[in-house]
Design a protein around this ligand. Structure first.
Ligand code: PHE
Length: 474
């Protein structure tokens, strides 16, 4: 059977942007920000998106389009080594791990949407009366597991439709809808009295806090930046492997990153002014931050029940356009490598994630671990592997793939890009990996310094190697 491709270039861009835009922008971002020093976190996060996320995205694109395969087949075929295939297999596991908590949150959203819709008939959505206790009651346990299954089923249904009729068609509807509705909401929120304090909180740039916290926010901010762009999981390798024509990868990647950051900012412009207009402190933290805070705001606002329907509708669409991209990674592996039918792959994976997701839906500490540290570790480690692969195994071939279809401006950046993904960014990722794992805190300062020195030495070796890359530029 021939492998499917995207029907159009816009289809690819929307699918990848749909993957990027998701709960990461709307739910995980305020949670992580509240937990890690507010505006300091925001500043580091934006820097990492630009300096690591975008070049990393291009690294995954290059691997995917050049191989035309899933992460396992891509790394194996391009390197000619089975061992790289094993590295690629981690991506399939990452997809399963991510979806195991993502669809639990998706289930929460689905539930809030449903009760918002039936609310007016049943005398008001139940979360409006007491947002905090309501979230505590429904967030974990049997009902959470049930809604998780519902969200997972919808995700599976879309992926079952395949690349064109499922993912491409779905995201072509979902992504523009999210954009338009968010814009509308942001415009509406401007008219709320008290919204100004929210804009201030969100947009103020606080250099002192940043200086004081830079080291401790680095790793979580980096993890969140990778999460929001969907890099490190192999999603972007997989999606790029369905590109049928040679268009500019740097251009497409920039559009995707811009769309994602734009939606993130838009969501902030909706959420924070809403909270402040109702005098709610966004810094409560925890995975419930969004649900408790925003539900409280809806309760107090005139027309809040209607706004709630639109809001949770938007978040549901954004979440689905991302969850399908998580499921597509292991599906592509099983279909390409195992020769499975799409139907069988989706079925088996849904059964598996139904189980793992039910576990996180019942055990809050497991949920926190998978959604926080494990996600950060898998994405950071995954991206590190992809970039070392592109930089050191593909080398000149990566440049060739990067410039294929690219314009003159992007082409000028080809060699610096390869140097960045082969040397500088890996050094940065190793550092954040160590901090995420808490290694620096446990082993003390000097071993950490020694490790840093070793990394710089590696970077210098890389520099020498970079000189040969420069010679290969087309
Ligand atoms: N970027 C998605 C979001 O922000 C999450 C995601 C991560 C999707 C990794 C796919 C792979 O919600």
């Amino acid at each position: 059977m021939t492998r499917e491709t995207w029907a159009t270039r816009t289809g690819f861009i929307l699918a990848a942007a749909g993957s990027a835009v998701g709960l990461g922008n709307i739910w995980r971002f305020p949670w992580m920000t509240a937990e890690n020093g507010g505006s300091a976190f925001l500043a580091v996060y934006l820097l990492v998106i630009l300096g690591v996320g975008v070049p990393g995205l291009l690294g995954e694109f290059v691997i995917g389009r050049r191989s035309g395969r899933n992460p396992v087949g891509a790394l194996r075929d391009l390197s000619g080594s089975r061992y790289w295939g094993i590295v690629g297999a981690v991506s399939a596991l990452t997809g399963v791990a991510l979806l195991s908590f993502y669809s639990v949150v998706g289930g929460w959203i689905l539930r809030y949407l449903l009760v918002s819709v039936v609310g007016p008939v049943t005398g008001g959505a139940p979360y409006l009366a007491a947002p905090g206790p309501y979230f505590d009651r429904v967030s974990f346990g049997a009902e959470a597991a049930l809604f998780h299954l519902g969200f997972l089923a919808v995700t599976g249904g879309i992926v079952l439709g395949g690349v064109r009729r499922g993912i491409e068609l779905g995201t072509k509807v979902m992504v523009p809808a999210v954009l338009v509705l968010l814009l509308g909401m942001a415009g509406w929120v401007v008219t709320e009295p008290g919204a100004a304090a929210g804009y201030e909180f969100f947009l103020e740039f606080d250099l002192t806090t940043l200086r004081a916290n830079a080291a401790s926010v680095l790793a979580p901010a980096a993890g969140q930046a990778l999460f929001t762009l969907s890099v490190g999981a192999g999603t972007m390798v997989t999606y790029a492997s369905y590109i049928g024509e040679d268009r500019s990868l740097p251009f497409d990647g920039s559009v995707i990153a811009l769309l994602n950051t734009g939606v993130g900012v838009l969501a902030g412009l909706v959420v924070f002014p809403l909270l402040f207009s109702q005098g709610i402190d966004p810094g409560t933290g925890g995975p419930g931050a969004l649900f408790v805070g925003i539900a409280g705001a809806f309760a107090a606002l005139p027309g809040g029940d209607l706004l709630a329907i639109v809001f949770f509708g938007v978040v549901t669409l954004a979440a689905l356009s991302s969850s399908i991209s998580m499921l597509e990674i292991p599906v592509a592996v099983l279909v390409d490598e195992g020769g499975w039918s799409r139907r069988r792959a989706v079925g088996v994976l849904l059964a598996l994630i139904a189980l793992t997701g039910t576990a996180t839906a019942f055990v809050p500490t497991l949920f926190d671990f998978v959604a926080g540290m494990l996600a950060d570790l898998l994405l950071t480690g995954g991206l590190l592997a992809f970039l070392l692969f592109a930089g050191w195994v593909l080398g000149p071939d990566a440049i060739e793939e990067y410039v294929t279809g690219a314009g003159s401006v992007a082409t000028r950046f080809a060699t610096p890009w390869l140097f960045a993904i082969g040397v500088i960014i890996p050094v940065f990722l190793v550092f954040t990996l160590l901090t995420t794992a808490g290694v620096d805190a446990r082993i003390g300062v000097w071993p950490t310094v020694a490790a840093a020195v070793a990394l710089v030495a590696l970077a210098l070796v890389g520099l020498a190697r970079g000189a040969t890359w420069r010679g290969t530029r087309r």
